[in-house]
Design a protein around this ligand. Sequence first.
Ligand code: UD1
Ligand code: PEP
Length: 419
Amino acid sequence: MDQFVIQGGTTLAGEVTISGAKNAALPILFAALLADGESRFSNVPQLRDIGTTEALLKTLGAGVKWQGDILFVDGRSVDKVLAPYELVKQMRASVLALGPLLARFGEAQVSLPGGCAIGARPVDIHISGLERMGAKISVDNGYINAKVDGRLKGAEIYMETVSVGATENLLMAATLADGTTILENAAREPEITNLADCLRAMGAKITGAGTSRIEIQGVDKLAGGEHKILPDRIETGTFLVAAAMAQGEVLCTNTDHTSLEPVLDKLRAANALVEVTDNSIYLDMRGRTLKAVNIKTMPHPGFPTDMQAQFTALNVVAEGSATITETIFENRFMHVPELQRMGANIRLEGNTAICAETDKLSGAQVMATDLRASASLILTGVVASGETVVDRIYHVDRGYQRIENKLSKLGAKIKRRHN
Ligand SMILES: CC(=O)N[C@H]1[C@@H](OP(=O)(O)OP(=O)(O)OC[C@H]2O[C@@H](n3ccc(=O)[nH]c3=O)[C@H](O)[C@@H]2O)O[C@H](CO)[C@@H](O)[C@@H]1O
Ligand SMILES: C=C(OP(=O)(O)O)C(=O)O
């Protein structure tokens, strides 16, 4: 298993090009299953999760080919409706095959994704929403078995919890349903707007994406479309936090500040200088004192849970004490015991981490447990004194395109070691 070996105590300075967003690319690649044609997606990041999606699309019969960062997915040849456990277990987002397959072929069997390090992550809202659209669903032997006679029917669906994945699954399914679907209490993440833009490029009729009420008028067929994946706001935020922690400066290019305001506000509150243009964000922390900030995660447009671990790390090296409250996932503090091994002064109380000033951070052997937890360990390793070894970095590769190359370019001393 690969490891990162980091010699800490360096500052960071320079420019980093942000990749396309994992969390936009994944649903959009599954949306290609809806189309009776070939779709062309640009700005697709090279990630482990994208490889898993590619494998799953091929298993279902889709044609998939790369040209640089462009991915062509041909939905015409799809002839299977079973998403097997071997692939789904590698990536929870595979459950997003359910809505498209059921809507287009009238049936789907998708392995239950199961929980992961950050929480139980049930899919009950995905299932009950599809049932409201007329699907008959049973869960047997670890598989979601879904069927519908003829087409799904448009329905009014109120989602009890704001769920990104359920909104995406139901949005995709509704594009081919008979009649109009209204999704109430929908998630408002920019990745949902990006997915809706893509579906519209394929011929879908959707209004209200990006608000909590999305209306979809079903159509008979979707064709292949052309679409650009939006920049990764979480990768951007991670590099901004990295530079702030290292008392350095960074210019993130090929990104978009409009979806990152809650994060930029917190960086400013932490005393960083932050400047934005249409497609870049600059952060300067040189000669400034980093201050700890209180964080409470919320669905968009609140502070994103996917930036929580990185801000926990920021608070560890900052002046003062502050609290981090996680409200989205019940177990998203697996990075805390690992940060404590590096000397971090953090106390956990229920869903809150109380971060106090830390005298000395020193490198240690730590274990990555999930994607963003891993990022927080790497960032801390860059500023801690001595050597840090981060194990199980396949978690990082799920969602960061060669993070070690981007950090090295900024001056970090980080190497991938094949074990
Ligand atoms: C691939 C992708 O885009 N992943 C993102 C997506 O995950 P994902 O789509 O899995 O997250 P959700 O928004 O669905 O989860 C939010 C909360 O709702 C709960 N829930 C969800 C569905 C359901 O049927 N029942 C239920 O109870 C979850 O357990 C969680 O507590 O949004 C999360 C919240 O912003 C992010 O952290 C993930 O990075
Ligand atoms: C939790 C995340 O992803 P996933 O939903 O794919 O596990 C994430 O991107 O931080």
